[in-house]
Design a protein around this ligand. Structure first.
Ligand SMILES: NC(=O)c1ccc[n+]([C@@H]2O[C@H](COP(=O)([O-])OP(=O)(O)OC[C@H]3O[C@@H](n4cnc5c(N)ncnc54)[C@H](O)[C@@H]3O)[C@@H](O)[C@H]2O)c1
Length: 326
């Protein structure tokens, strides 16, 4: 049970919608909300999420298996006029969008607009949180704050940014209380391995099977990985803070690690002795470093990620082992 702090009282007994709530981040968010006595509705088409990520027996959880492009399903999801809407449903992520650009556009832009249109008539809405991505900063090689120039290299980065513009439109012209969060590389329990998933679950799954870890390029690229409950904490704090209305905020961590060190660490923690394989870079992937500044979130609601990388990784590996699904 996670009861972070007094801000979370905002959610007790509130009606809350989480789109994509069966996914990697959404399911962790739902768990924290249920632990804090919220009444949560999830809409998810299970394209990349799983009901196994959710406590389906909870009396405070309503699960709707449906697509955010289906207005009838969305209408049902919104029928109780939720006070908070956390919009996490998305076609995830870069490589998926390169392979399926239309699906990417359809869900990430089209589904977001359908949701926002229906929300216009919800007078109870206290906050709409849109979860965008650090990929909108592309190859920026500086410490990335929210004013770093945009640099788009994949359909996913284009769709995530375009939906931000729509959110700003509904904020500015329909007076909807919105906040945009740009997440930086989440990892943790709830995210399985898969063709379109992130590097950490894919490395862990291979390593537990004593397989070589594939490294695109020479492994010197660095990323800052953020443990999923830290991402959720930032998300919930942002929605509970009035000063973050209309803001676009980075949510990440400064746990910077190179891909080669990540691979070595995961092999060490799983006793995998297979040597890595080095593969050519993917065409769109030229991002050597992505180091966020989260000062705005820190100033607005004291956002501080609390997990060290080693502790988060150990928890994630233990979760993988407990699922037997690797
Ligand atoms: N994981 C990361 O590192 C990361 C980084 C930056 C931004 N984000 C953003 O955070 C959000 C959550 O990411 P995640 O890692 O949990 O992804 P995820 O793929 O695990 O979760 C997305 C969920 O949305 C559902 N979904 C997809 N299309 C849908 C549709 N059309 N209708 C209804 N449900 C649909 C999926 O089944 C899944 O459960 C996404 O918006 C993503 O763009 C994630």
């Amino acid at each position: 049970m996670i009861k972070f702090n007094s801000y979370y009282n905002n959610y007790s007994n509130q009606k809350i919608l989480v789109t994509g709530g069966a996914g990697a981040i959404g399911s962790n968010l739902v768990k924290i909300l249920l632990d804090n006595n919220a009444n949560v509705t999830v809409i998810d088409n299970l394209s990349s999420g799983s009901k196994d990520n959710l406590d389906m027996k909870s009396n405070n959880l309503t699960f709707i298996e449906g697509d955010i492009n289906n207005v009838d399903a969305l209408d049902i999801a919104l029928s109780e006029n939720p006070a908070y809407v956390f919009h996490l449903a998305a076609n995830f992520a870069n490589q998926n969008s390169v392979d399926h650009p239309f699906d990417d556009m359809n869900t990430n832009i089209g589904g977001t607009i359908k949701l926002l249109e229906l929300l216009k008539k919800n007078e109870n809405l206290r906050r709409f949180i849109y979860t965008s991505s650090s990929c909108v900063y592309g190859q920026a090689s500086v410490i990335i704050d929210e004013f770093t120039p945009i640099d788009l290299s994949t359909p996913y980065s284009i769709s995530k940014l375009t939906a931000e513009y729509y959110v700003n439109y509904y904020q500015n012209f329909c007076k909807m209380p919105t906040t945009i969060l740009r997440y930086f590389n989440s990892y943790g329990p709830g995210e399985h391995s898969g063709a379109y998933r992130n590097v950490i679950p894919n490395f862990i799954s291979l390593a537990l099977n004593k397989q070589p870890l594939p490294i695109y390029g020479d492994g010197s690229d660095k990323r800052c990985f953020t443990y999923v409950t830290d991402i959720c904490n930032g998300t919930l704090l942002s929605a509970a803070t009035d000063a973050s209305i209309s803001k676009t905020l980075n949510i990440g961590s400064s746990n910077e690690v190179s891909i080669i060190n990540l691979a070595n660490l995961i092999n060490e923690l799983t006793c995998n002795q297979s040597p890595h394989v080095f593969l050519p870079r993917r065409q769109w992937d030229h991002i050597h470093q992505r180091l966020p500044s989260c000062k705005m979130a820190e100033d607005l609601f004291s956002y501080t990620p609390s997990h060290s990388f080693e502790a988060g990784l150990a928890k994630t590996i233990n979760w993988f082992k407990s699922t037997n699904l690797y």
